[in-house]
Ligand binder design. Sequence first.
Ligand code: GLU
Length: 481
Amino acid sequence: MTSNVRVRFAPAPTGLLHIGNARTALFNFLFAKRHQGTFVLRIEDTDLERSTDASIDRIIEDLKWLGMIWDEGPNQDGPEGPYRQSQRLSIYQEFADRLFQEGKSYKCFCSEERLEKLRKEQLSKGRMPRYDGRCRSLTQGEIAKMESSGLHPVLRFHVGSGSIHFDDLIHGKMNFDSGGIGDFIIVRSDGMASYNFACVMDDHLMRITHVIRGEDHLSNTPRQILLYQALAWEPPVFAHHPLILGPDRSPLSKRHGATAVSQYRDEGFLPEALQNYLILLGWSSPSGKETLPLNKTVEEFSIQDISRSAPIYNRKKLEWLNSYYIREKEEGPLAEALVPYLEKAGIQIDQIDRQWLNQIFGILKENLVVLSQVQEYLGIFFDEKFFFEEGAQTLLSDPKNRETLRSVLKVLEDSQETTLDEPSSLLPQLEKKTECKGKDLYAPLRAAVTGKTKGPELVKTLPLLGRERIIRRIKMALEIS
Ligand code: GLU
């Protein structure tokens, strides 16, 4: 059953999907699911110069990857489409004409230079910059003259005086004085609707009941409410969530590291981890749980519980969640997630025994923080990638370690039966036969057979390498001078 709750995520396709915007999408998605409502995706591409189709495609791909599937929007037609603003221009025109005919907006011919000068003057007097209403009183004759000289006006909304109130679901009662808002542009000189105008038309016509968006839009909301009032429409309920800050408390930006969803995906973060992390930024589960899959969050999510203070980005926590979800993955999905990184590293997957590969993934998953790290361990299992790292070389040059390896080699060469098939018994056997214990045995053995000083559990790794390969690598290690 669907309720009448309708929310939307409305990205401007001018670049990659930022994790801050992905978090907004997530809040909207969760709110819709929690209330059996409808989640709409609307593409706000009225800025023709900066919007691109490539960006739309990437946003769509990233949202799908994150599991934020929309009920209405691009490629998912619904009754209130089209869902791309550049395809709704005639709708905006109709309502812009209506406001103009009702005397609620007027043509403004002020040049950029004049507006810039005005802005500077106001700032120098310590005032908030806002349009001074000069063109509000132009006569019909003056307008006709300017138009016939080829000037294209913008359309400004006449704000008037009074105050604007609304109840924000996160911030509570909000109050703005109209006096502080200059007459703002609703249609630009190229005939394109402004953000505030198109947004209100669409939110109303798409029957949006709740607008959940970042606090950076808080100053737009009184303008939008004025437009609802001018058209005698009921405004939706608003919720403005705080934006994510970097560890230095400035808005999260490239300076702080990766900000685009696609960067996290390429690095090998799982969508489950990113979802879980973003939801915990500024919201906590009543159950106090930290690892919350999306379906569980849907049951518990409430917009009122989003914190009013800005959350601080913490990569360590995201990494912790990612390693948790990697470890949680079942064999099939784990292989599906990791195989692309092997292919990228040039491994010919179709020539590899699947069972062996799954066993490798099974032990490696304990060591991975991000999926791409699997590449660091390929040398252990694939001879063409094998080499002795510097740390391993140092260990292997130690005469005592070389002595140990010689005894291991002897034990392995002497015993014909494949002792490796019983992984748990191999190391104790070697300990017994070589009379080397614990780290004194493990450290040189690891360095010799994996080329590394750290890595997956040795006892599980050895059987996957096989007796012959181990013997070969120990010999190689002993050749290092
Ligand atoms: N296109 C706006 C943005 O990307 C949407 C703001 C809104 O949700 O109203 O910030």
